[in-house]
Design a protein around this ligand. Structure first.
Ligand code: NDP
Length: 297
């Protein structure tokens, strides 16, 4: 059997923390794993565990029917995949791009793949590197069903849950952007909260258990407000937006009294007050969803 036909062979391009975790899980699953990284040296531990190091990206992609690329963004994956020799070697093979970027970049990469006879799936990883190979890993994938079905046995060795979101190639990136929006605004809120608490003499460790309590309130609210956003029903019966805006103003005042800038909370309070000004004061905060687009009213 040639390496091209070997369905238990996989190539990983990109050996940052996530690429190394992916390659390590493939090695642990007994797959013939070939690795390559722009900067040499990062493959050492994987080679000791049984991976093969390729001398070039072209050599790496030629070693397997499936190449998983996981680099910082699509400028980086383009720099690797769109090099002429690499593109030629990929013809008839499959690329799964697990790097993060925007839906437009996923569409653009799919167009490039079609134009060059490369089979293409786009994907996103929603959990940190240490989860790879464990039941906690979460993968989102989009692209042709047939290609996903063919490579699923290899992808499944990465552990966790894999959700194929359909044939629209940009869907995984769309979910990724929306979910990372939640993550980074929450992290910005937590960084700010730690600064405000510190200014009042409360340590991070003292605050943390209660911060976790606030985090635990969110999952059921996500579920409830998703329905509100889909259906356009924004009942503020239990917490009207007028009350939310008042609470936000306290955070702005308390922060600025300590010389801590409160620009994020100022913007959010402004959005809430705009909703109130438009006559939605008795609605819940998620009414703001309707005000964020250019055509909102
Ligand atoms: P980074 O996001 O820091 O990416 C590092 C990798 O990108 C290295 O292999 C690096 O190569 C490569 N790279 C950067 N620029 C270029 C370039 N111009 N040409 C070629 N290669 C380049 O590390 P991660 O491994 O953590 O992340 C990879 C992807 O996985 C990212 O898109 C990230 O958002 C996503 N992800 C990561 C998670 C994590 O926990 N780490 C969680 C979920 C998603 P070199 O060594 O040569 O610099």
């Amino acid at each position: 059997m040639s390496s091209y036909d070997d369905q238990s062979a996989v190539t990983v391009l990109g050996l940052g923390p996530m690429g190394r975790a992916l390659a390590g899980a493939f090695v642990d699953a007994g797959l013939r794993t070939t690795v390559w990284n722009r900067t040499p040296g990062r493959e050492q531990e994987l080679v000791e565990r049984g991976a093969s190091a390729a001398g070039s990206a072209e050599e790496a992609v030629a070693a397997s029917p499936l190449t998983v690329v996981c680099v910082v963004n699509y400028d980086a994956s383009d720099a690797i995949l769109r090099e002429d020799a690499v593109t030629a070697a990929l013809k008839g093979r499959t690329v799964v791009n697990l790097s993060a970027d925007t839906p437009d970049r996923a569409r653009d990469t799919a167009e490039w793949a079609t134009a060059h006879g490369v089979r293409y799936l786009d994907g996103a990883i929603m959990t940190p590197a240490p989860t790879i190979g464990t039941p906690d890993a979460v993968f989102l994938l989009s692209g042709p069903e047939e290609v996903y079905g063919e490579h699923r046995p290899v992808l499944d060795t990465l552990g966790g849950t894999h959700t194929h979101l359909g044939e629209d190639i940009a869907r995984a990136a769309a979910y990724d952007i929306a979910l990372l929006d939640i993550f980074w605004t929450a992290m910005a809120g937590y960084a700010h909260a730690l600064a405000v608490a510190r200014a009042e003499g409360v340590t991070g460790r003292e605050l943390a258990p209660f911060a976790q309590g606030i985090g635990a309130i969110l999952p059921p609210l996500f579920e409830e407000f998703a329905g509100d956003a889909d259906d356009g029903t924004y009942s503020g019966e239990l917490n009207p937006i007028t009350s939310a805006a008042s609470s936000m103003a306290h955070i702005v005042h308390a922060s600025e009294a300590h010389g801590i800038e409160a620009s994020v909370m100022r913007v959010v309070e402004g959005q809430a007050r705009r909703a109130i000004g438009l006559g939605h004061g008795t609605d819940g905060f998620i009414r703001v969803t309707e005000l964020l687009g250019r055509t909102a009213h």
